[in-house]
Design a protein around this ligand. Sequence first.
Ligand SMILES: [Zn+2]
Ligand SMILES: [Zn+2]
Length: 387
Amino acid sequence: MNTLTVLGGADIGGSCYLVELEGVRILFDCGVRLNTPYTEHPDIPSPETIDLIFLSHAHIDHIGAIAYTAAACRNARIFATPATCDFLRYQLSETIAEYIGADTDELRFSSRLLCQLVLNRIETAEFHERTEIHLRCPERGQEASVKFSFFPAGHIPGAAATYLRIGQHSLLYSGDFYLRPTPLTAPCSLPEGLRPDILLLCGTYANRLQTAESAPTIASIKKNFACMFRQNCRLLVRCGQLTKGLEMLALTDDLIREGHLPRIPVFIDEGLWQLALHYERTSGFRLPSYMNPLSARKEYTGREIVFLLQSTAAKNTEFASYAAVNTNFSLHADGAELISFVRNLRPRKVFVVHAAPRNAQSSPLADALLDDKICVTHTENERMYSL
Ligand SMILES: [Zn+2]
Ligand SMILES: [Zn+2]
């Protein structure tokens, strides 16, 4: 039987989807829920028989349980884009450090070692590259060929939508996707004419199709940032996800270059600084000269913008009085964009995951797609669906 089992992430957090197609067992993502104990992880049935794991992008709700999952699924091959691997290295160290309060050299060493062991298991595939994998499943008495490609999903650098074919079946897992450019990332772009039979849709706003109900956009965050600076000369940017921090650095630089903010010093927390240096080496991103690591701040007392990571913000009371910039912008397709995204792909079935809660049993997305004859299922955690 061909099935989808939602091990977590029907709602937002702990994304982990098990797809079984023609006897091949595939996991898409292995996230954790934010603010839950580090030891919590997806409950994967028979993990030793998982064949493939695809990681969509390096956000904690999609890769937070990768250390556990890689160990439990010992026979699986794991794939991600090169940029996701890069970001995963920094985000995983930061997350482990935050969870265990790694403030000794020994703990930092252990968390780095753990990250390296995980990264050694991951194989990379570039966007648009076609990869074919031949699987032998003697215990299941069969062989199978899986063809897959990653396509740019927007959202954050390296984020991928995964398209795969097994026999007559085709499936697209959108991962988190965003259809507009950001200061750091190009928009989602899928090949013309891509027609997956099954669409596993990260539909953050699927239950709130009106754009007005979506989170603030980058444009509104920029406006708010400039406005706050006019009232407070010292601003604090708190970053939960490292990639959000990098996006905010690029956004700050845009504001300064566009003349909405004066060219004042920007001081950056160590973990984010290291990621920014790395990203500078591997992409077109450039750290401007007025941005420096927090360690270079010394006795500075003038106007400034300080970037702090969540893991150090609690300990660092020095900046507690600074006005905090809102970083809560959405990098997910809004309601109208979700409808046109699905319409373009024309799948037979859509399974909605990663969605904010909905009211009662209504499905505005299913209603909107009724005339297109596309079957929409809103998934629930720990339930199995026939594909
Ligand atoms: Zn994400
Ligand atoms: Zn997500």
